[in-house]
Design a protein around this ligand. Structure first.
Ligand code: SAM
Length: 246
């Protein structure tokens, strides 16, 4: 249940150093060095100069319902300078991914320090963790289909949640979806097509995008679908700066 994990009241309240210890420590060292340099230079503006020096590293990519973490691990080495977070509701699965990342960090020092996982209900708490416009990519790989019409409101892509995702995405940011369930693929496409803050990314752009190429085969669910010879339906959209006229 939700009571068993902590949720920050506001994104500013959350301490990311547990997830990205090396990157946060390096940033704090740079801050301290900048502060010391400013103090040495003297003058009233010293403090302001130090605090304005460099923003804290922030999560830019999220993998919603990351499962066993296959996509995250691929992304981590393809985008080594980007902080990314898997979000998963199942406790044991989250613990598995956490240990998997820890093991990779031990095996390859300096790599995978930009990837982390957090247990939460992503349908409820994303705005507690991220600021407006903070994210540049959101991934939804093989989300649960919730076949019954009565359960469609539990689908993780719906109009109301898309408005929330648009709020968290920077203008120009991308939202990636893939499913092996034709009906769900069509559902996600229709919700995204119908949303004024999203436009479909062209196939030519997807060809040039590393992340788009990872959707079908890097996650555990994608690999299972591929082993069984199943088709997949990929729908990727861009967050617009201004709502599209309806
Ligand atoms: N994306 C992974 C992949 O492609 O291998 C996992 C796909 S699996 C079918 C769907 C995952 O979403 C499950 O691991 C499930 O626990 C997780 N999930 C479902 N609802 C969630 C929610 N509200 N918040 C976070 N994770 C959720």
């Amino acid at each position: 249940n939700d009571a068993s994990f902590d949720v920050p009241t506001r994104p500013e309240d959350y301490d990311w150093s547990e997830h990205y210890p090396e990157l946060m420590a390096e940033w704090r060292e740079r801050q301290a060095a900048a502060g010391a340099a400013a103090a040495a230079a003297g003058g009233a503006g010293a403090e302001g100069a130090a605090s304005g020096a460099e923003e804290a590293p922030a999560v830019r990519f999220v993998d919603i319902g990351c499962g066993f973490g296959g996509l995250l691990i691929k992304l981590a080495t393809h985008y080594p300078d980007t902080l990314m977070l898997g979000m998963e509701i199942r406790d044991k699965v989250t613990a598995y991914v956490r240990e998997r990342i820890a093991a990779l960090r031990r095996e390859s020092p300096g790599s995978y320090r930009n990837a982390a996982v957090l247990r939460t209900n992503a349908m409820k708490y994303l705005p507690n963790f991220f600021r407006k416009g903070q994210l540049t990519k959101m991934f939804f790989l093989f989300p649960d289909p919730h076949f019954k019409a009565a359960n469609h409101r539990r689908r993780i892509i719906n109009t109301q949640l898309l408005t929330e995702y648009a709020h968290l995405l920077a203008p120009g940011g991308w939202l990636y979806t893939i499913s092996d369930v034709p009906e769900l693929g069509e559902w996600m496409k229709s919700k995204l097509d119908g949303h004024p803050l999203f436009e479909r990314v062209s196939e030519e752009e997807l060809e040039r995008d590393v992340a788009a190429g990872l959707l079908a085969l890097s996650s555990e669910e994608g690999q299972k679908v591929a082993r069984n010879g199943g088709a997949t339906y990929r729908n990727v959209y861009r967050r617009l700066a201004q709502p599209r006229p309806q």
